[in-house]
Write a new protein. Sequence first.
Length: 82
Amino acid sequence: MLIKVNLNDNKRFVDNKLLAEQRRDEVVTKYGGRNLARLLGISHPAVSKWKVIPPFRAFQIESLGEFKMEYIRPDFNFKFPR
């Protein structure tokens, strides 16, 4: 059985994952790690452990007004009505 793999899709996923990691750094730098933790009602060590921002936290950060979820997590497909 021959399986076709689209390398462009795989590369796009890797690029988006790397971009999500960079966006995490950008968001944490913008708000400050401790301040962001306080705004989200979680501990600073929890924020420090993120490699990428979890989807629910991206939703909460969007409500702060500076960033959109799609910007924070380009590797995640947010498909629900708003």
